[in-house]
Design a protein around this ligand. Structure first.
Ligand SMILES: NC(=O)c1ccc[n+]([C@@H]2O[C@H](COP(=O)([O-])OP(=O)(O)OC[C@H]3O[C@@H](n4cnc5c(N)ncnc54)[C@H](O)[C@@H]3O)[C@@H](O)[C@H]2O)c1
Ligand SMILES: O=C(O)C(=O)C[C@]1(C(=O)O)C=C[C@@H](O)C=C1
Length: 307
């Protein structure tokens, strides 16, 4: 599909892209760049690309497609660094979990004649780094684009076709809507997981023994999310601040409602809520998302209930 693709950042997402690009034969040349020499050396050992450099500008030079897969707080610095090397007509995209902030950081650096199309594949795991990636990561997952008002439809279609060939389904929305939606379906669940595992860890007398020994699968599911990359999630929280605070406020109100129902022994309220939420899971399954499949969105994840 492309003569040369540059992957800037070669962690979970960048290396999954490298693997699927190779499997599907989507590029003549895959240039890999990352900030740390050690990560780059590992990418080379894994044979993820055709060339390797710690100089993002070098990787981006002459590329037809440049994919930035770094923590969202670094996307502006990366855009500034590669901007002078971007060729006319190239597509520049990203995979960041927040969109308004990434656009605000990257867009000012994008030279005229370069197609900047922000994107976000809704696929990942709690793991990070080049060893964590796998070619099937994007299979049957959404990839959301938040095109800018002047986005060239042909470039958007070309990038959409690339992601389809990586296994993804495509959707588009405006950046604010993306950030609000992801705040509830992705960012809040991680924040809640970090919080509950932190609370358990604070119970020092319990944590070293009982929490580990008796962790039931409910708590274990939280620990998976709470093991996610600290840099990535620090940046997500700082860069989707307004939407996350809005969702946290609603969450706290609803939690207070639940707390009150428990305090006053209001079984009907509890039963009604739990019935409604059970229906949500059922509708996700009916919509074709097989939650119980062992590879639901992630590989190499323990499924203790099944083993
Ligand atoms: N992990 C997920 O579940 C997931 C899912 C979808 C999107 N995302 C988004 O994808 C992006 C990458 O996440 P990941 O999970 O692949 O992270 P990761 O930690 O596995 O990899 C990040 C990579 O970026 C490199 N990097 C960091 N700062 C850099 C800089 N300034 N210049 C060049 N390289 C730099 C690191 O060396 C590493 O190679 C993030 O923006 C994240 O929000 C993550
Ligand atoms: O399944 C997981 O481990 C993930 O965290 C993946 C997940 C998500 O919340 O669904 C995390 C962040 C992304 O931006 C997209 C996907």
């Amino acid at each position: 599909m492309f003569e040369k693709i540059a992957l800037v950042g070669i962690g979970l997402i960048g290396s999954s892209l490298a693997r699927v690009i190779r499997r599907e034969g989507l590029a003549g040349h895959v240039a890999i760049s990352t900030r740390s020499a050690a990560t780059l050396a590992r990418a080379r050992e894994l044979g993820l690309g055709s060339s390797y450099t710690t100089d993002a500008k070098e990787a981006a030079r002459d590329a037809d497609l440049v994919i930035v897969s770094v923590p969202v707080g670094s996307s502006g610095a990366v855009a500034q660094e590669i901007a002078p090397a971007l060729k006319q007509g190239a597509i520049l995209t990203d995979v960041g979990s927040t969109k308004a902030s990434v656009i605000a950081q990257m867009q000012p650096h994008v030279p005229g004649g370069v197609h900047f199309i922000p994107g976000h594949p809704l696929a990942g795991t709690e793991k990070s780094g080049p060893d964590a990636g796998f070619a099937d990561l994007f299979d049957n997952r959404w990839c959301i684009f938040t095109p800018l008002p002047d986005t060239d439809p042909e470039a958007l279609e070309r990038l959409s076709e690339f992601w389809r060939r990586c296994g993804a389904n495509i959707d588009t929305m405006d950046p604010q809507h993306h950030d609000m939606t992801l705040a509830i379906v992705s960012h809040l669940p991680h924040i809640i997981a970090y919080n509950i595992v932190g609370t358990a860890d604070d119970l020092e007398s319990v944590t070293k023994t009982e929490v580990i020994k008796y962790s039931a699968s409910g708590f274990r599911d939280f620990t998976r999310l709470a093991a996610s990359d600290p840099t990535m999630w620090r940046d997500v929280c700082l860069h989707n601040k307004d939407a996350i605070l809005e969702m946290l406020a609603r969450f706290s109100e609803d939690l207070a409602f639940l707390q009150r129902a428990i305090r006053w022994g209001d079984g009907d309220k509890l039963f009604d809520l739990f019935t409604r939420t059970r229906a949500v899971r059922r509708s996700i399954i009916e919509a074709g998302q097989d939650i119980d499949a062992p590879d639901f969105g992630r590989q190499a994840v323990e499924h203790p209930a099944k083993s």
